[in-house]
Design a protein around this ligand. Structure first.
Ligand SMILES: [Mg+2]
Length: 186
């Protein structure tokens, strides 16, 4: 990774916060079999696939449940510039950012992408940075795709057990603090 990285763009669910369980519980409470739930999709598209009303899903999701992964708070506090790029409903994600006291320079949720799968273009535009000036950190294939589409560096959030079990190709960080070392900050 080059020394020209000016900002880190994070996925939220499963990357900064350990949200698999509350995401799953919301689907299950609406009658979706747990075995059919997967992660990393645009929330509206996933609700449509599962035959759910988006508003019902948002109401069922407990915005108080997900906690940050270990070390994430400290790592975010060490970064000058960081952003969130998430497929989550803004009504869920914005409340969680506020609860956690996190103030990313840019935080874009599903509404910013027309409720389709997210992409990095609008995030880069708001940051005023090019793809070689950011690194993306995520836990799903969709996150990797976002990075590949614009040609920015991508790091896997391997501290999420689900991601580690995928054994993804590419660079996998075992802990959030490894990110600081990669950026020359730790
Ligand atoms: Mg995710």
């Amino acid at each position: 990774m080059s020394g020209s990285v000016r900002a880190v763009v994070f996925d939220l669910d499963g990357t900064l916060i350990d949200s698999d369980a509350p995401l799953l519980e919301a689907f299950v409470s609406l009658g979706v079999p747990a075995s059919t739930v997967t992660y990393g999709h645009a929330v509206a598209e996933e609700c449509e696939r599962l035959g759910l009303a988006l508003d019902d899903y948002v109401a069922a999701y407990d915005t108080t449940a997900a906690q940050p992964f270990a070390e994430v708070d400290e790592v975010l506090g060490s970064l000058d510039r960081w952003a969130v790029c998430s497929n989550k409903h803004p009504a869920s994600g914005e409340v969680e950012l506020e609860r956690l006291g996190w103030e990313p320079e840019v935080a874009l949720f599903a509404d910013a992408f027309g409720w389709r799968h997210k992409h990095l273009g609008p995030v880069l535009e708001r940051l005023g940075l090019g793809p070689h000036e950011v690194v993306m950190v995520g836990d799903s294939d969709g996150d990797l795709r976002c990075a590949e589409e614009v040609g920015c560096h991508f790091l896997w959030a391997g501290w999420n057990d689900r991601t580690a079990r995928m054994r993804p190709s590419g660079e996998v960080l075992a802990r959030p603090s490894e990110l600081l070392r990669r950026l020359g900050l730790g």
